[in-house]
Design a binder for this molecule. Structure first.
Ligand code: SF4
Ligand code: SF4
Length: 440
């Protein structure tokens, strides 16, 4: 009877978590799809290569070796500990104990593989534990400057703490479960780390060991389900989104800034006096330059925003930030995501229809004009990002909107704009006079 109750509880928890997790991931997907379309399906070989090297292989992380190694432990640990979860799941739905072990215990080679796998999980879990403590210390004791910038106050810092503490909680559950199990079965399984730890439980009676084993087992299972539900609200969603984000990263040369087709057309006409302008199309929708709000950005910009790990490598490399300007490319991504969440909830509350809320991504507590003007378009943030995000692309689009739709530019820039319009160059000389310096 107790076994059936356990199976029922196990499946009920999974169903509940599945429901809430689905809602969370669906919300993220719907929000990303609020962006404008952009075709990024070309050159799939190059895209797979990027995904394997950058997302799976963590290639860009290794520019900074210490955090890269610590991150690698956590990342590999995260993947590998899921193997043990397979057995937890099978045990949960069958109401049995260590189903895989008992299936292979009489086949020496398979038993060896099983024990080696669980022992590897335990050894990696020890490394993950060390890395997690190191990450907590870097953030809260040593206070690494990159992780203590103004944009991280409030929820972002809580979010980081929640995930790191959850990691320690899950590891504690795994070791409680395996160590108590080893002690209960007198070391029969032969696991590496829990085989050593079981000696600390040598004075425990059988019922206490059983209780500890069950607490670890259920604690691990419920912890994983809760993380699954929490992930769509956390910056740690990058664990999943890093893969599509690197796959769909733009393949343009470094520093490439896309032209606005309408402006390109104008410039071409300007540079060719014999060209005849095409007749105006009275039915064409009015052209909107740049982006004012998240719906004006492309779905890839919005995917970037949800993929941002808030690591701050971009901000550390940003010359504007280094010279004391308020611009932080990390904050650009965080603000874009926050505004997208706000817009997404309005759309969801109105059955998929956007209702104007009198705000936009520019100012309104999101990205300020001062931040946008501080960018030198140097591309350092894009170069540094470990998951191929481009804060620069968003900055450029917002700045284009400011200048071209709202004529909002500092007085020093307007002379240059006038010269561009009249002379086709930033200088105040007419095109005919450009080569006069040769005669002098
Ligand atoms: S492109 Fe702009 S935001 Fe990015 S690093 Fe350079 S100055 Fe900073
Ligand atoms: S944009 Fe990239 S580098 Fe910057 S904080 Fe986000 S993940 Fe890190």
């Amino acid at each position: 009877m107790l076994v059936y109750f356990q199976i029922y509880l196990f499946i009920a928890f999974a169903a509940m978590a599945g429901f809430y997790a689905y809602r969370g991931y669906r919300r993220v997907y719907n929000n990303i799809m609020l962006g404008k379309s952009e075709d990024l399906n070309d050159n799939t070989t190059e895209r797979f290569k990027n995904m394997l090297l950058v997302a799976f292989g963590q290639k860009k992380m290794f520019k900074n070796i210490t955090p890269a190694i610590l991150h690698m432990f956590i990342y590999v640990g995260f993947i590998i500990t899921q193997i043990e979860l397979i057995e937890v799941f099978i045990d949960g739905v069958t109401g049995k104990h260590r189903v895989i072990y008992h299936a292979v215990e009489n086949i020496p080679f398979l038993k060896f593989i099983y024990v080696a796998t669980i022992s590897s999980i335990e050894l990696i879990s020890v490394l993950v534990f060390i890395a997690t403590v190191a990450f907590l210390s870097r953030r809260f004791l040593i206070k690494v400057p990159r992780l203590n910038k103004p944009e991280l106050k409030g929820f972002p810092v809580q979010d980081a703490a929640i995930i790191l503490i959850s990691e320690i909680y899950l590891l504690t559950c795994i070791f409680s479960m395996n160590t108590a199990d080893m002690a209960l079965h007198h070391g029969e399984y032969g696991f590496a780390v829990s085989g050593l730890l079981q000696h600390f439980l040598s004075n425990w009676d059988e019922s206490s060991l059983h209780l500890l084993e069950r607490a670890g087992w259920w604690g691990h299972y419920i912890g994983v389900l809760l993380l699954l539900v929490y992930l769509p609200y956390s910056k740690h969603l990058h664990i999943l989104l890093a893969f599509p984000n690197t796959f769909f990263a733009r393949l343009n040369p470094k520093g490439y800034i896309s032209n606005m087709p309408e402006i390109t057309k104008e410039i071409k006409l300007m540079m060719d006096p014999s060209a005849v302008p095409p007749p105006a199309d009275a039915n064409a929708a009015p052209v909107k330059f740049g982006a004012k709000d998240v719906m004006d950005l492309s779905w890839k910009n919005l995917l970037d925003a949800y993929t941002c790990t808030e690591c701050g490598r971009c901000t550390s490399a940003c010359p504007a930030n280094q010279t004391g300007k308020i611009l932080s490319p990390r904050k650009i991504m965080m603000d874009t995501r926050d505004r997208l969440e706000e817009v997404g909830s309005i759309v969801a509350a109105n059955n998929g229809v956007w209702k104007e809320d009198g705000k936009s991504l520019i100012e309104n507590g999101y990205i300020s004009i001062e931040e946008l003007r501080a960018c030198t378009t140097c591309n350092a943030c894009v170069e540094e990002c470990p998951v191929m995000i481009s804060p620069l692309d968003i900055i450029v689009q917002l700045r284009r909107n400011l200048v071209m739709e709202d004529s909002n530019a500092p007085a020093e820039w307007t002379g240059m704009f006038t010269n561009m319009e009249n002379n086709g160059a930033p200088w105040q000389f007419s095109q005919q006079d450009r080569l006069k310096w040769i005669d002098n």
